[in-house]
Design a protein around this ligand. Structure first.
Ligand code: GLA
Length: 727
């Protein structure tokens, strides 16, 4: 059993293969405190870490010092009002207006398996791989019941945490903060890692020493966002890629979030994660409950690499649905022709795809309503028969004759002011009464908190999907939420609108994957603006960034792989010069940089040179042969262009350690340099591995200690793929 309770010590214990998490009950009232999280230890008697003997820790014996106790006790789930002044996970406003809450243990349950979280994406697992612990805490004054949920897996070093809050009383209560998890650590020498960016520069890694006070990443844009990411890591200053202690927290959620760490007066660190309290409020009528989204927590003593591999395994095995689905190579029409296409042009692209061996044509934006540019028709999900006579059905059938599948782009959460939908139902767009909503990319956000809005849009899109042989859907979302307001809610519940929007989105995606189990769903949000574990529950891959330029992509994919498996990243060979940064890179390199993700082309093959076009079959072959090692294997980052300024290198080893693939890119050449030696990682030490190009055979240890010599080439943007196979 990965979870147990020791009644003598009054300690809860959660074990994963290589980590232990301990919590303890304190005093006759039953405060729940955090004791330990780190590499596995056999002991339960670790309560000394609560420092209960030290002043001013005397909760029962010295009631006049209760305030000092509250100020430094490591609460497992801190609540606002009683004297814990750090970030509260829970704030509750009583009918009188007062905000205070005190949580005390009242019981617990431990059982095999993991229950789903209603309406929310979450990790899953049966009794053979995980246990769940529910600790029930109560605030007797409010008649509030707070259930802390923990799941520990026996096959991966990740814990899942979430919280359910129920009003057991007779009067309504308002939650004004309901974060999902808090983590306590001793704070000597820790670095904080967060991800920052913008459109086309999603997820740049930021690592800095944790300073006193609060430091955070957050989103108030209604989406997890390009700008910040629902993730944080805390690691020792000395932690490197494969060494040192490292904690990671990521959020299974796609809307407003707060990811924050605070170094406090006692050099302790509190890290919290959850729905951002700004703009959030949730009314709990008597008997009602609120379920907070899930946080995934990991700890590794094998540096950042260990943290990443644990997240990858958890996501691939226990969260992403459709992970096993075939990921077809695809040709996307967006950079190939933007809005400028008709049936013949698409069929022409389909022919090119067929000739090159690409499996799927994706008709991106522009096939519906009267959409010839971005000013119109979102919300009118019916085929533009002027552009596509015979509709998607005819196109799909003709493509099928060529042996090419059909995929389409949709943006279901939006409406153009110039659309039939908006003219008929202006009240379906999100707007605050009496105030004109803000336009972005010429569009408004639909009020997905209303069921009739969700149904109308979903049914239109489902009709299209039923009307033609469509095997892939790219679900896009191209603007942040503003003017957040729900026409379905009374004034006192408007603080629920942003979260109810996300719940509405999840409901629509759940319907799609349930009604169309054979369709491959790829999420997108102006590129990677909603690349998070929440969306991965519905789509096994997400378009990583609108910036598909290979050198910028190396950064984006490196940072993305800190948390997410390579199998989740849509990665395409795009036009050159790049439409996002103007850079000119070799076709071969663009292929190599896309190979580890879900591969495709974002260009018109008819506009390539003969020499470039001739490389496509080889690229597809490489993807088929070696892509699975990257997508399903263990990931090791060997070097970071971000740090060294010259080259990027990473590798993956198949789970059975029978094969490994190394991706090396010389981003900038340097004068008068000799070859670069890169020791490999993750191989079986005593097994023999043959390098497929040279035929060179060495032991796993030989490759890991000796490494590979990558020649100094007199060119920028030069990529090499090295493959090892066990002899
Ligand atoms: C977003 C997506 C692009 C493309 C366009 C279409 O920007 O990220 O890939 O689909 O929308 O409008």
């Amino acid at each position: 059993m990965p979870i147990s309770y020791n009644p003598q010590e009054r300690v809860f214990r959660l074990d994963t293969p290589r980590t232990t998490y301990l919590m303890g009950l304190v005093g006759s009232e039953g405060f729940l405190g955090h004791i330990y999280y780190g590499p596995s230890i056999p002991d339960d008697n670790m309560r000394y870490l609560l420092r209960l003997e030290e002043k001013p820790f005397t909760p029962d014996a010295l009631p006049r010092e209760r305030a000092s106790f509250m100020d430094c006790f490591p609460f497992e789930y801190p609540a606002w009002g009683g004297g814990d002044f750090r970030e509260p996970c829970l704030r509750v406003r009583a009918p009188g207006g007062g905000e205070s809450c005190g949580l005390f243990y009242s019981g617990h349950r431990i059982y095999p398996g993991k229950p789903p979280l209603e309406g929310l994406p979450a990790a899953y697992g049966g009794g053979d791989v995980c246990d769940t612990l529910e600790i029930i805490c109560r605030d007797p004054a409010l008649d509030l019941e707070v259930t802390l949920l923990y799941t520990a897996f026996s096959d991966v070093d990740v814990l899942c945490r979430s919280v359910r809050i129920r009003n057991g009383g007779q009067t309504p209560l308002d939650l004004t903060a309901a974060l999902s998890a808090s983590l306590e650590l001793d704070g000597q020498d820790l670095d904080l890692i967060t991800l920052h960016g913008s459109w086309s520069r999603e997820r740049e890694i930021d690592r800095r020493p944790l300073a006193s006070g609060k430091q955070s990443a957050y989103s108030l844009r209604g989406i997890s966002s390009h700008q910040y990411h629902p993730f944080l890591a805390l690691c020792q200053h000395s932690a490197s890629q494969e060494q040192g202690l490292c904690y990671g927290m990521t959020f299974v959620y796609s809307g407003n979030f707060l990811a924050q760490a605070e170094l406090d007066q006692f050099q302790r660190v509190q890290a919290v994660m959850g729905i951002h309290p700004d703009g959030f409020a949730w009314r709990l009528e008597p008997g009602e409950a609120f379920q907070a989204p899930e946080v995934l927590l990991t700890c590794s003593d094998q540096g950042l690499g260990g943290m990443s591999r644990s997240f990858h395994d958890l996501l691939r095995r226990h969260l992403i649905r459709g992970q096993e689905k075939h990921r077809p190579t695809l040709l996307n029409s967006w950079e190939a022709c933007y809005f400028d296409f008709d049936h013949d042009k698409l069929l022409e692209l389909g022919r090119e795809a067929a000739e090159c061996g690409v499996e799927l044509l994706v008709v991106d934006d522009g096939w519906f309503g009267r959409r010839d540019d971005e000013t119109t028709s979102l919300g009118d999900w019916h085929v533009n028969e002027e552009k596509l006579p015979g509709g998607l059905k005819r196109l799909g059938e003709e493509l099928a004759e060529l042996g090419v599948g059909l995929g389409i782009w949709v943006e279901p959460e939006m409406v153009s002011p110039d659309s039939q939908l908006f003219r008929q139902h202006p009240g379906y767009a999100m707007a605050i009464p009496g105030r004109a909503p803000t336009l972005a990319r010429n569009q408004y956000v639909l009020d997905l908190t209303q069921k009739k809005v969700r149904d109308l849009v979903y049914n239109q899109i489902a009709d299209v999907l039923r009307s033609a042989p469509i095997s892939y859907v790219k679900w896009d979302m191209n603007r942040p939420l503003t003017d957040v307001y729900s026409a379905a809610l009374p004034p006192e519940r408007q603080g629920e609108a942003a979260h109810r929007y996300v719940l509405g989105l999840y409901e629509m995606q759940e319907r799609l994957v349930t009604d169309f189990p054979d369709i491959l769903l790829e999420n997108c949000c102006s590129g990677g603006g909603r690349f998070d574990a929440g969306m991965l529950y519905y789509s096994p891959q997400i378009w990583c960034s609108d910036n598909a330029e290979a050198m910028d992509r190396l950064w984006i994919q490196e940072a993305t792989a800190l948390v997410y498996p390579l199998s989740s990243m849509g990665a395409h060979v795009a036009c050159c010069p790049s439409h996002t940064n103007g850079r000119v890179t070799p076709f071969e390199t663009r292929g190599r940089v896309s190979l580890p993700g879900c591969f495709g082309y974002e260009l018109d093959p008819g506009k390539l040179t003969e020499a470039e076009r001739a490389q496509i079959p080889g690229q597809l072959e490489e993807y088929r042969k070696y892509g699975p090692i990257f997508r399903d294997g263990d990931y090791y980052r060997l070097a970071s262009f971000r740090e060294n300024g010259y080259y990027d290198a990473f590798m993956a080893v198949s789970k059975d350690k029978a094969a490994a693939a190394v991706s090396y890119t010389q981003v900038r050449s340097r004068a008068y340099r000799r070859s670069l030696r890169l020791p490999l990682a993750g191989l079986e030490e005593t097994a023999l591995y043959r390098e497929t190009e040279s035929g060179e055979v060495r032991s796993g240890l030989g490759w890991m200690r000796g490494g590979v010599l990558f020649p100094a080439v007199q060119a920028d943007f030069h990529s090499v793929l090295t493959v090892l196979e066990r002899v």
